[in-house]
Write a protein that binds this ligand. Structure first.
Ligand SMILES: NC(=O)c1ccc[n+]([C@@H]2O[C@H](COP(=O)([O-])OP(=O)(O)OC[C@H]3O[C@@H](n4cnc5c(N)ncnc54)[C@H](O)[C@@H]3O)[C@@H](O)[C@H]2O)c1
Length: 403
């Protein structure tokens, strides 16, 4: 059996979800180290873009590597049977939560069951998506049921989206597995790109990833709660924060205020809460605070305006600065609340494309109020008309323009 399977191997690594934000940079990093990588994905449109040497989303430093490795060590596929040709199978598909705040665990278990016909027990299957605690053990049980000893590793991704190419080479890689082979193989693979490897048991690794995201989310919530208190008092939170952190290391980790959005932080805090029988007070509070910031901003505006008489511009629609990804961006939630209260709303973004968006210059010249949704660097030098009412939670616009 081993011999037959080994003969079928024509590549080293298959990244399942290889056109995604986690999968593609990893595929590039490994292909750049000489591994023969198949980026397998069901998104044919993205694969087509990648096949033309172009990234389907902003990932700094990725395109030159893509052009170097494409069709040399990086191969694109939407053919599921190609998974069988690789020694390593890395799973990087999305792991969303449902409308009741529970992880869609069954999706992932069914997904693995569907892949099983193309997997074999000589492969090492590396889960890289962020998962609900004990998911990896359950995945192994699902596979083991069909017979044989399967090798499952969990090696979570910890990069900041948009900066994966740089960070994959800098961040220590957490490695865990449910067999010695899984641990040894994934250590060998990630040692090609990561400066060091941190060994954990599998549930420890699952928690390390979820705790990291929940921790960041709670930190942002702290800043946002402080912002709301400062605003209620009529003070400038950015000034208060600057004074707190300047030369005072104990407060240095307090982030600035701003929308804590995107497809990971809220979702992973929810997963932890669901795992802990919905008893994760800090996490739940963080969700209320971060998700409540758009409503707070609208309420503040309502103290000054009848919203049905004004046009509000939202400057920045991506979920964070300097990328083009609008997944779970709070700017859209802000827009919806404003519209609900009768405001006319205009959107603008530097990177995200939408035919209804207008330029930042048009936004600041045509709206009565502008709210900064995300602090893209280009906004630091934006000329804002003196009479414009600006709500700049991020404190990114040039001084003198902030309301
Ligand atoms: N985005 C980040 O910065 C980041 C960082 C760390 C961890 N994560 C985690 O990584 C996982 C993936 O996130 P992402 O942002 O890369 O998502 P994504 O949506 O950008 O990528 C997922 C990819 O999987 C593909 N896919 C979906 N179903 C498939 C199937 N049946 N077969 C093959 N391909 C399939 C999609 O087409 C997509 O290209 C999530 O668990 C997320 O929480 C994300």
């Amino acid at each position: 059996m081993t011999e037959i399977k080994e003969k079928q191997r024509t590549a080293d690594v298959c990244i399942v979800g290889g056109a995604g934000h986690v999968g593609l940079p990893l595929a590039l990093a490994l292909a750049n180290k000489g591994q023969r990588v198949i980026a397998y994905d069901i998104n044919k449109k993205s694969l087509e873009t990648i096949g033309q040497g172009k990234m389907p989303f902003i990932e700094y430093g990725a395109e030159p590597i893509l052009r170097d490795v494409l069709n040399k060590t990086l191969f694109l596929s939407s053919e599921i049977s190609d998974i069988a040709t690789c020694k390593y199978v890395v799973i990087t598909v999305g792991t969303p939560v449902d409308e009741y705040l529970n992880p869609k665990l069954r999706n992932l278990l069914e997904f693995i069951t569907n892949l099983q016909a193309h997997l074999d027990t000589e492969q090492t299957i590396i889960i890289r998506s962020t998962v609900y605690p004990r998911t990896c053990r359950q995945l192994k049980q699902v596979l083991d049921k069909k017979g044989g000893e399967w090798h499952i590793a969990y090696c979570p991704e910890r990069i900041a989206q948009g900066y994966a190419i740089e960070e994959l080479g800098k961040l220590p890689q957490i490695v865990s597995g449910l067999s010695e082979q899984a641990v040894a193989d994934s250590t060998k693979l990630f040692s090609l790109i990561a400066p060091s490897v941190i060994r954990l048991d599998i549930e420890e690794a699952e928690l390390a990833k979820l705790f990291s995201n929940a921790w960041r989310y709670i930190q942002f919530a702290t800043a946002n709660q402080f912002y709301m208190i400062a605003e209620t008092l009529g003070t400038d939170f950015s000034k208060v924060r600057r004074a707190m952190v300047e030369g005072y290391g104990r407060a240095a980790s307090l982030p600035g205020a701003g929308f804590a959005a995107g497809p990971c932080l809220l979702k992973d805090t929810m997963q932890l809460a669901a795992f802990n029988s919905n008893s994760f007070m800090l996490g739940h509070s963080a969700m209320m605070v971060n998700e409540g910031l758009p409503s707070f901003l609208v309420e503040q505006l309502q103290k000054r305006y009848d919203l049905s008489t004004i046009t509000v511009g939202i400057l920045g629609m991506a979920f964070k600065a300097n990328i083009d990804d609008t997944r779970d961006s709070l700017s859209y939630k802000l827009g919806k609340i404003l519209r609900f209260h009768g405001a006319t709303v205009q959107y603008s973004d530097e990177f995200a494309k939408d035919p209804t968006f207008i330029t930042k210059e048009a936004l600041v010249s045509s709206c009565d109020v502008v709210i900064v949704g995300v602090p893209h660097s280009a906004y630091k030098t934006l000329t804002v008309p003196e009479k414009l009412d600006v709500v700049d939670v991020w404190n990114v616009l040039p001084k003198g323009t902030k309301k």
